[in-house]
Design a protein around this ligand. Structure first.
Ligand SMILES: [Zn+2]
Length: 297
């Protein structure tokens, strides 16, 4: 088997953890630059290659991943909302995450008249079945009670990583809505505006996009492809949990998420697991997301 993989990180836990993750990947794959990945993907000549990506732009990317990538001479795509980075605001799920679970549930009960019990799907997952305008109202209520602390990169940190050639910027919408829940006009604006604003911010063309939450058919559909194309995006990334195949859709490339674990878990997740249980893992992941979403409506 000579499969290649795109890995996805959100918040690298520590420098040591991230270094270990990269060294585990190096045992099975050759980690390549974004441009090499792009060219080889189009030429269908990828063999045992790995592309590193990050979503959202949490400051731990600068603190924990950037030094490791820089010292090893690696490159990665970082997908962000340009608005979030520029205004130093948090994503809606980060704001909710700053409040303890019981208070989150109390707010949810006030607004939606439903009492979430222990063991049930939590507030953030439930809000993923709502339109962004509803999510925004929920967050506005929460912000009356908490003092929000900025959790993401500063514009300077973001631009420094790009100037150093370690990060290639990718767009990730403006507000991080679940695109499928939005009207077509809203969904298209979220995609196109994020590319335009990011291009202005970095002074360069943006060729890459990642769908928020990213499960195909649940979080986005082919309906969004028009806007992807119009924005000039060349490759769009999903969170379908699978290895790359030569037949993959360039507007819905799969990625395997790595959020924790040591060498054994990482090896299972990115190497043996997908080979031995590929379609099982893939189905299990999207079923779980689907069940959670259904429970949340
Ligand atoms: Zn995201």
């Amino acid at each position: 088997m000579r499969s290649s993989v795109v890995v996805l990180f959100h918040r690298p836990l520590s420098k040591e953890w991230f270094q270990n993750a990269i060294e585990t990947l190096e045992r099975y794959f050759q980690i390549i630059s974004v441009n090499d990945f792009h060219q080889q993907l189009l030429a269908k000549s990828l063999k045992r290659k790995c592309l590193i990506t990050f979503d959202d732009g949490d400051k731990s990317v600068y603190e924990n991943a950037y030094p490791v990538l820089k010292s090893k001479g690696y490159q990665a795509i970082l997908f962000v909302s340009p608005q979030i980075i520029q205004t130093q605001k948090n994503y809606w799920f980060q704001e909710i995450g700053q409040m303890n679970k019981l208070r989150q549930r109390a707010f949810y009960k006030d607004i939606y008249h439903y009492d979430i019990k222990d063991g049930e799907v939590g507030v953030t997952e439930r809000l993923k079945s709502k339109k962004y305008c509803e999510i925004e109202q929920f967050v506005a209520q929460i912000l009356k009670e908490i003092e929000s602390k900025p959790q993401n990169l500063t514009p300077n940190q973001f631009l420094e990583m790009i100037q150093e050639g370690v990060i290639v910027p990718g767009a990730h919408t403006i507000n991080h809505p679940i695109l499928k829940n939005e009207s077509l006009t809203n969904a298209e604006n979220e995609i196109i505006q994020s590319v335009i604003e990011l291009e202005k911010m970095v002074g360069n063309k943006v060729k890459y996009f990642a769908y928020p939450n990213g499960v195909p058919n649940l979080d986005f559909t082919k309906r969004e492809y028009n806007a992807i194309e119009k924005a000039g995006v060349e490759l769009a990334f999903s969170c379908r949990n699978a290895m790359l195949k030569p037949t993959d859709d360039l507007y819905a490339l799969p990625r395997i998420e790595i959020s924790d674990g040591g060498r054994l878990k990482l090896t299972m997740k990115t190497y043996y697991g997908p080979r031995l249980f590929g379609s099982y893992f893939e189905k299990r992941y999207s079923n779980l997301q689907f069940q959670n979403r259904k429970a949340g409506t």
